[in-house]
Design a protein around this ligand. Structure first.
Ligand code: URA
Length: 246
């Protein structure tokens, strides 16, 4: 930023506006209020020129993705669909639901029987960190089980349960809804071993009837219907970066 001639690069407020932060006017206000940094340095001047491909811009400490080719989506994978971009056995895969031309990869997997939130991106570094156990990104699931359940089930799960490949424990647990013996529980874990939620609940005597992932780190599925996808907002992308220290 500092060594660039006055006429090189693109004006900061235009780069921010193009990245979806808001109107140029709004971006100028953010700059004027001292809420914007470029490569870690606070910028107050509207005319500052930056390179959207290499300069790193933060607003209120959240990174703004300015590289034009980067794409970030979430999809609500329907039950019965495999979590890959193609399936050699001809089963339905994520590719059947992706409506954009870019090559994307999925951030982790869900069981074919599980529905819910999968992130799709072409940002390899972010995807790698989101999947890596050392960053411990939390994932939240809704699981349907048959009640009644003991009062201390949450405590048991949070204390940890021994599975064949080691301990597993919930970070959070609560009853989300209950109709007769059908109990919907919300459970959050910060790990991604295969079938982990199903194995954990089965081990404590409550095999899962239905499973859906509703949150991945700071990203929430919300009311997106199975089979639909949407682009992440600038704010969501910034929060994902923050979750993995980027
Ligand atoms: N845990 C499971 O058991 N299945 C999933 O698909 C995801 C987490």
């Amino acid at each position: 930023m500092t060594e660039r001639a006055e006429t090189q690069g693109v004006r900061l407020q235009k780069v921010m506006a193009d990245a979806g932060v808001g109107s140029r006017r709004h971006c100028e206000e953010l700059i004027g209020e001292g809420r914007v940094t470029v490569n870690g340095k606070k910028v107050f001047r509207f005319g500052e020129r930056v390179d959207p491909q290499s300069d790193v811009i933060h607003v209120d400490g959240r990174r703004v993705e300015t590289r034009a080719e980067m794409r970030y989506y979430l999809i609500n994978k329907p039950r019965g669909v495999v979590s890959t971009m193609a399936d050699e056995r001809g089963r339905k895969s994520l590719a059947d639901y992706v409506e954009v031309p870019e090559r994307l990869f999925h951030v982790g997997r869900l069981d074919t029987d599980t529905e819910g939130l999968i992130l799709l991106t072409n940002d390899g570094e972010l995807a790698h960190r989101l999947m890596h156990p050392s960053y411990g990104v939390a994932k939240t699931y809704l699981a349907e089980i048959h009640g009644p359940i003991p009062r201390d089930l949450g405590r048991t799960l949070k204390r940890g349960v021994e599975l064949e490949d080691g301990m597993a424990k919930a970070d959070r647990f609560r009853i989300f809804d209950q109709v007769g013996r059908r109990v919907l529980v919300e459970i959050t874990l910060h790990e991604g071993r295969k079938h982990i939620v199903r194995r954990l609940l089965k081990e404590v005597g409550f095999p899962v009837q239905q499973l859906a992932r509703v949150e991945f780190g700071p990203i929430k599925l919300g009311l997106l219907r199975p089979g639909n996808m949407r682009a992440l907002t600038v704010k969501e992308i910034g929060e994902l970066y923050k979750a993995v220290g980027l």
